[in-house]
Design a protein around this ligand. Structure first.
Ligand code: UT7
Length: 334
C-alpha cells in the first residue's frame, strides 16, 4: 500500500523488559537442551521473564509512559490506544482498556489487536490510518507480551525461544515526506495450525481435560514457521519498499521481528541488505512476539543506529499466519 496523503509517523518510543533474566544455562537445568544448541539454532542467549504478578498491561503501561515522555505528549492528549498482544491480561476487558486506566489516558478509545508477532506493525499501519483520515491526532501503539505464561516449560522445542516485554510508539502527523511511506499487511489463515494455543476459546473451552493435555500452552511446528518466515520476510519488505518507490539499496536500518538469527540473516540475504544495516537484539530478549519490533526500534534509536532522515524498514511474521511490513522515513521533519 502506497501512503499518499497526510504524513504520519512515530514521535516517541518507549520500552520495558522485566528485570529477571533466564539464561540458556538456566534452561539446561530444566529441559534437555544446551547453551550451544540454542545459540547455534536461534542466536538467543537469554530472555527476560516477568515475575509473578506482573502482567502484560503493567509492562505495556511502563513502555507507554516512556514513549509519551519522549514524545512530549500527555496521556490526556492520546485519542486511541492499540495494544497488539497474544497474551492479554485476560479474555476481556481488553488489555488496551487496562492500559488506558493505568496511564490515565482518559480521552482515548482503546482496542486490542491480535496478529501474533506481526501485531505491532499491524497496529502501526492501522493507527496511522485514523490520523490520515483526520479522526485522531495522537495514538499510542503498543506491542506487549507475557509469553512466559503460555509457554510449556517442559517443551524444549518452544520454551527456549520466548521472552517477555513491551514496546510503545506515539503516532502523530509529521512534516510531508516523513513517517510511513509504504506498507503491506497480510495473512494466510490456512497456516493457523502451525502456531497456536488450542484451548480457552469457544472451540475448546477450559476443562480438566484441556488442562491435563496441556492445550492451554503454545504449540508450534517450528520447521513450517521457519520456512514461512524466511520466504515472507523478504517478499513483504520488498513490496512495502516498492509501494514507497524505494529499493533495498535505500534502506539505512532494517528492523526485523526478532525470532531467530538464522531467519533474520536469511531475510537480509534475500533482500540484499548487509548485516551492518540490520538491527539484532534477539540474543538478549529471545522472541517477545508483538513486543520485539518496538523494543528493537527503541534500542536502535537509543544506540544511534536509527537517525533522523533514515529509511527504516520493519517486518514481522507470526501466528495466523500473518505478516506485516512498513517503510518509515525517520524523524519529524521540523
Ligand atoms: O515469531 C514466530 C515464532 N516462531 C518462530 O520464529 C519459530 C521458527 N522456527 C525456528 O526458529 C526453528 O524451527 C527452531 C529454533 C524452533 C528449531 O530449529 P531447527 O533447526 O528447525 O530444529 P528442528 O526442529 O529441526 O530440530 C532438530 C533437532 C531435533 O532432534 P532430532 O529429531 O534431529 O534428534 C529436535 O528434537 O533438535 C532437537 N531440538 C533440540 N535440541 C536441543 C529441538 N529443540 C531443542 C533444544 N535443545 N531446545
Amino acid at each position: 500500500m502506497k501512503e499518499t496523503d497526510k504524513a504520519v509517523g512515530i514521535i516517541g518510543l518507549g520500552s520495558y523488559v522485566p528485570d529477571k533474566i533466564v539464561t540458556n544455562c538456566d534452561l539446561e537445568k530444566t529441559v534437555a537442551t544446551s547453551d550451544q544448541w540454542i545459540v547455534e539454532r536461534t542466536g538467543i542467549k537469554e530472555r527476560h521473564i516477568a515475575e509473578a504478578g506482573m502482567t502484560t498491561s503493567d509492562m505495556a503501561a511502563r513502555a507507554a509512559k516512556e514513549a509519551l515522555k519522549k514524545a512530549g505528549v500527555s496521556a490526556e492528549e492520546i485519542d486511541l490506544i492499540i495494544v497488539a498482544t497474544v497474551t492479554p491480561d485476560m479474555l476481556f476487558p481488553s488489555t488496551s482498556c487496562l492500559v488506558q486506566d493505568k496511564i490515565k489516558a482518559v480521552n482515548a478509545a482503546a482496542f486490542d489487536l491480535a496478529a501474533g508477532c506481526s501485531g505491532f506493525v499491524y497496529g502501526l499501519v492501522t493507527g496511522s490510518q485514523f490520523i490520515k483520515a483526520g479522526l485522531y491526532k495522537k495514538i499510542l501503539v503498543i506491542g506487549a507480551e507475557t509469553l512466559s505464561r503460555i509457554v510449556d516449560w517442559t517443551d524444549r522445542g518452544t520454551c527456549i525461544l520466548f521472552g517477555d516485554g513491551a514496546g510503545a510508539a506515539v503516532l502523530s502527523e509529521l512534516s510531508p515526506g516523513f513517517g510511513l511511506l509504504g506498507s503491506e499487511l497480510g495473512a494466510d489463515g490456512s497456516g493457523g495450525e502451525f502456531l497456536k494455543v488450542s484451548a480457552g476459546g469457544s472451540a475448546m473451552p477450559a476443562s480438566q481435560e484441556t488442562i491435563d493435555t496441556r492445550q492451554h500452552f503454545l504449540s508450534m511446528h517450528g520447521n513450517e514457521v521457519f520456512r514461512f518466515a524466511t520466504k515472507i520476510m523478504g517478499e513483504a519488505a520488498n513490496r512495502a519498499l516498492e509501494a514507497a518507490g524505494l529499493t533495498s539499496e535505500d534502506v539505512d536500518c532494517f528492523v526485523p521481528h526478532q525470532a531467530n538469527i538464522r531467519i533474520i540473516q536469511s531475510s537480509a540475504r534475500r533482500l540484499k541488505i548487509p548485516m551492518e544495516k540490520v538491527f539484532v537484539n534477539v540474543e538478549k530478549y529471545g522472541n517477545t512476539s508483538a513486543a520485539s519490533i518496538p523494543i528493537a526500534m527503541e534500542e536502535a534509536e537509543r544506540e544511534g543506529r536509527i537517525k533522523d532522515g533514515d529509511v527504516v524498514v520493519l517486518v514481522g511474521f507470526g501466528a495466523g499466519l500473518t505478516w506485516a511490513s512498513c517503510v518509515l522515513k525517520w524523524g519529524k521533519g521540523e
